[in-house]
Design a protein around this ligand. Structure first.
Ligand code: BTN
Length: 313
């Protein structure tokens, strides 16, 4: 950990309170001069830090920053982090890294994407203010691709609900909704080991409209942010850390019940989109493999494991 990170960690632990330069210096085993240098450099990065001669340093408790140093405070030490101010797509970068031999687990985070990708070959608008990251895991625990995606959706919901105190919904498979509009999307991709015929690694790409004053006009009718009117109480960096922790450590069979509770299409008339055709149906249930069970108008029942549904009013 660099001195800057160590200083940030000490400041963050006491966020909102003053801590003396001497106390930080003793804690991290460096001189007061290097503490001061690190503080000035953090301020140059945009961190709001008050300096008072007699009391020391105070990090603004509501700090919202997303920076490499700050982010790494909230991540497990064995998770390699790749951080970019701007990138094409974190999912595409993840594939490139896997192909060039990088071993999971690792995390790719970007402040902004210029070629963000969504499901079904769509693009995903990824301006500053959102959270864009891909978590790459080796596939040693998911027996079915639908489980990766749906477990990630529950994990994202749980963390955002905790942070905001709001209730969120999931539109099967993995669109996260807030007050009737899309708040977050997840694009899960797998690397197939052709010899074994198995998905060896999974890329879980998450895009969240976290804190944004104004959404692009092209999407404001259908998309929303978690914090539009008020400032986010928890930093973007910490939220990513919490989601990563939830995805990595909360996978057990009970999550599917959490998924059902939030699934906004259940017991509703829907349209199933398949091969560019839409079929009216009724959404009956989500089974233990996260497949959506639908009944078509001719009475036929199908368990969907991919594709898309929309609500029918
Ligand atoms: C969707 O809603 O269709 C899925 C959107 C997924 C967007 C995320 S942002 C981080 C990661 N990188 C991408 O290019 N896409 C995913």
């Amino acid at each position: 950990m660099s001195s800057k990170q160590q200083v940030l960690k000490a400041l963050n632990r006491k966020a909102g309170e003053f801590i003396s330069g001497q106390a930080i210096a003793e804690e991290i085993g460096k001189s007061r001069v290097s503490v001061r240098k690190a503080v000035l450099s953090l301020m140059e990065d945009g961190f709001e830090i008050d300096i008072e001669q007699s009391r020391g340093y105070r990090l603004n408790a509501g700090t919202k920053h997303l920076t490499r140093e700050y982010l790494s405070l909230f991540l497990p030490s064995d998770l390699k982090l790749f951080y970019y101010d701007e990138i094409g797509s974190t999912n595409t970068e993840a594939k490139n890294k896997l192909l060039s031999g990088e071993k999971p687990p690792f995390l790719i985070v970007a402040k902004k994407q210029v070629a963000g990708r969504g499901r079904m070959g769509r693009s995903f608008l990824s301006d500053e203010g959102g959270l864009y990251f891909s978590l790459i895991l080796s596939n040693d625990r998911y027996r079915d691709a639908s489980l990766v995606t749906t477990h990630a959706a529950v994990s994202v919901c749980k963390v955002l609900e905790k942070v905001s105190g709001e209730s969120l919904g999931i539109k099967w498979v993995n669109d996260i909704y807030y007050k009737g509009k899309k708040l977050a999307g997840i694009l899960t991709e797998g690397i197939v080991d052709l010899e074994l015929g198995l998905v060896s690694d999974v890329i879980i790409g998450v895009g969240i409209n976290y804190e944004r004053k104004v959404l692009d006009e092209s999407i404001s009718e259908i998309a929303t942010s978690l914090f539009i009117q008020k400032a986010a109480p928890v930093s973007a960096s910490q939220v990513i850390g919490l989601i990563v922790d939830e995805i990595q450590n909360s996978f057990d069979s009970s999550y599917i019940e959490e998924y059902r509770k939030r699934c906004i299409v259940l017991n509703r008339p829907v349209f199933v989109l398949k091969n560019n055709q839409t079929y009216p149906a009724f959404a009956l249930d989500v089974d233990d493999d996260a497949h959506l069970i639908v009944r078509y108008e001719d009475g036929r029942i199908e368990a969907l494991n991919s594709g898309e549904v929309s609500l029918r009013f």
